[in-house]
Design a protein around this ligand. Structure first.
Ligand SMILES: Cc1cc2nc3c(=O)[nH]c(=O)nc-3n(C[C@H](O)[C@H](O)[C@H](O)COP(=O)(O)OP(=O)(O)OC[C@H]3O[C@@H](n4cnc5c(N)ncnc54)[C@H](O)[C@@H]3O)c2cc1C
Length: 585
């Protein structure tokens, strides 16, 4: 079993763990913080335990977008949605890959979860208008989007605990709190300066101006996690960092009855916490457990490709299995194409980059194999489908021209007109050539095939229609396109002699297969009976949307919503999976 030995377990800054009794133990300080807040509000005592020295997990590292359809928040922000449309969409997107009561329960409790965060944290939220659902053409799909995120948040409200917040790689180099709505236009600043420059100036003013008056504005997952952490502090909920769940305690003669507590380890010292109402496993997926990743997913995956938080090894799944818990969807992850990392470095992520015109992605035969602009999870599933069909894509390369390089930010690190990082060339991740044959030779693909692909792509791009993969056909594809490029914002022929290739790998935001849970977030055994007192939320549980990512923010949203559901159930309140027919706008 892979371990987390590399994690820093110096307990000097951690609250000392001790034997005690609480109502609800929450394991993991990402979306699980919402469970602790909901428990506190319901009058229960809660304890959060966190394996690493920092609070926030992947949640703090994330883009912070959350997808809760047909909410009152969306209605207040002017988005017209209805529970019926949301239900039709999720039913079509999930397509039977997750039990209906589970995703219905998510829809039913979305408003409650948002309201809890509004009451119990200082967070304020906005709708990311236009950030389309990932499958907008399905029944009930919303091209205008159902994604929301936190407004810039002053992390200094955390006071002396500011340094406990897990940082994010997405934080810009300058004090410039950037929302996901901003990212789209900042990325396009060289092409649409009338939109990009005001956004940059506004965010710089907030970031720099904030510093001048002692505020540290953060956005995205930093804001979401900081806001929830601020709520947790205000509620007086203890957070034990550097404290790892090692065992669940169950009653009954066979030790497989109701879960009544946990054994925790801090600095090699074990303590027992009795949990009167239950334990919520919110300890992430098995992102860095390479043994499981290769067993359940793909032999081709490599350490360092998952950008999930460092502590996520599947501990919660493992300890629950020891009590007979069942697992589901273990072959699934929130796949995310990335630029291959340089040795010892983190992989730069490819989000808008894949959608922008003047570029396409090839496999190691030199052919395109996917709609490059599709959502990242579908992209990954296509790669794995090929692998499972015995026809792996092998090395993947994004090919682009000088105009693309001059126009857009690449991997969040190479700004328009800047040369690509020297380290990429040195590591063989980037190549530049003045004709397709030389580029093909450099990256080891057949020259004839690359020339044919380029020729065919350019013909289709000139016509604005991708007959092979339909790139640019949906509102989601077009969201991250270049609106100055018509008729198809995702397509432009590659021009000029200079061509680039940058190596692409299949990374992920974390795994999303895990413990089989029901509509109340209760962990289930193989026979469908619940392990009483045990809940799984976020990436510790199997994705409530089955094999699908319905919209930007569907992972944080289900973590938060099922956290609230778990706390409510533990408090003995009714949990319903029936969606009332209410139109919100
Ligand atoms: C760069 C990036 C961008 C993303 N953007 C978005 C986005 O915009 N919208 C979206 O919906 N999703 C996004 N995601 C995905 C999303 O962040 C995760 O799916 C989500 O945060 C998972 O929440 P969680 O609570 O399950 O796990 P986490 O937030 O990772 O929290 C789990 C915590 O449990 C701790 N833990 C693990 N094992 C133990 C143990 N044995 N004992 C105690 N503690 C333990 C871990 O250290 C960790 O802190 C993004 C992810 C990344 C990395």
């Amino acid at each position: 079993m892979p371990t987390s030995d590399k994690l820093n377990h110096d307990p000097s800054t951690a609250v000392p763990a001790r034997d005690m009794t609480v109502d609800l133990v929450v394991v993991g300080s990402g979306t699980g913080m919402a469970a602790a807040l909901a428990a506190h509000e319901a009058g229960l005592s809660a304890l959060i335990v966190e394996k690493t020295g920092l609070v926030g997990g992947s949640t703090a590292r994330s883009g912070g977008a959350f997808w809760i359809p047909a909410s009152k928040l969306l209605a207040e922000e002017g988005m017209s949605d209805s529970k019926e449309r949301a239900e039709a969409y999720v039913r079509a997107a999930v397509d039977g890959s997750s039990p209906e009561p589970r995703w219905q329960s998510f829809l039913r409790h979305g408003d409650e979860a948002i309201a809890l965060l509004q009451r119990r944290t200082p967070l304020k939220f906005i709708w990311t208008r236009g950030y389309s659902d990932y499958h907008p053409d399905l029944p009930g799909g919303a091209a205008i989007g159902r994604t929301c995120e936190a407004k810039p948040f002053d992390a200094n409200v955390l006071g002396s605990d500011r340094g406990m917040l897990r940082p994010s790689d997405l934080t810009p180099p300058l004090p410039m709190p950037t929302t996901s709505a901003d990212y789209k236009w900042m990325n396009l600043v060289a092409r649409v300066p009338a939109k990009g420059i005001p956004v940059i100036l506004k965010r710089l003013a907030l970031g720099v101006g904030g510093r001048l008056i002692g505020r540290d504005y953060v956005t995205a997952g930093q804001a979401l996690a900081a806001g929830m952490y601020a709520g947790v502090r205000k509620a007086g909920i203890p957070v034990w960092t550097k404290t790892e769940l090692v065992e669940l305690i169950a009653d009954g003669s066979d030790g497989e009855g109701r879960v009544i507590g946990v054994v925790l380890e801090q600095d090699g010292r074990r303590v027992t916490v009795t949990a009167r109402r239950g334990v919520v496993l919110a300890c992430g997926g098995f992102d860095h457990n390479m043994e499981w990743r290769r067993k359940f997913q793909s032999e081709a995956l490599q350490p360092g490709w998952s950008v999930g938080s460092e502590g996520n090894f599947g501990d919660g799944i493992r300890v629950a299995q020891q009590l007979g818990a069942d697992v589901t969807l273990m072959d699934q992850a929130w796949w995310f194409p990335e630029i291959a990392p340089v040795p010892g470095g983190a992989p730069p992520m490819l989000l808008a980059d894949r959608s922008l015109p003047g570029s396409f992605i090839i496999d190691d035969s030199g052919a395109r194999f996917v709609n490059e602009s599709t959502d990242y999870m579908s992209f990954g599933q296509r790669v794995l489908e090929r692998e499972r069909a015995g026809d792996p894509v092998g090395s993947m390369w994004i090919i682009f021209d000088q105009m693309y390089r001059n126009s857009y930010v690449m991997g969040g690190v190479a700004y328009p007109r800047m040369p690509l990082p020297k380290a990429w060339y040195a590591a063989g991740i980037a190549h530049r050539a003045t004709d397709p044959a030389a580029l093909a030779k450099a990256i080891g693909v057949p020259a004839r095939e690359l020339a044919d692909t380029l020729h065919r792509f350019n013909d289709m791009a000139a016509a604005g229609v991708d007959d092979d993969f339909n790139r640019g056909a949906t509102a989601y594809d077009r969201y991250y396109g270049d609106p100055t490029m018509q008729p198809n914002p995702n397509l432009r022929p590659l021009v000029g002699p200079t061509l680039y290739a940058v190596k692409v790998v299949l990374g992920d935001l974390g795994t999303c297969g895990g413990l089989r849970a029901d509509e109340a977030a209760r962990v289930l055994r193989e026979d469908g009976s619940p392990v009483e007192g045990l809940y799984a939320v976020g990436n510790t549980a199997g994705n409530a949307f089955g094999t699908t990512y319905p919209g930007a923010g569907a992972t944080l949203a289900q973590g938060i919503v099922f956290s609230v559901i778990a706390a409510k159930h533990a408090a003995g309140r009714p949990v319903s999976s029936t969606v009332p027919n209410v139109t919100t706008a």
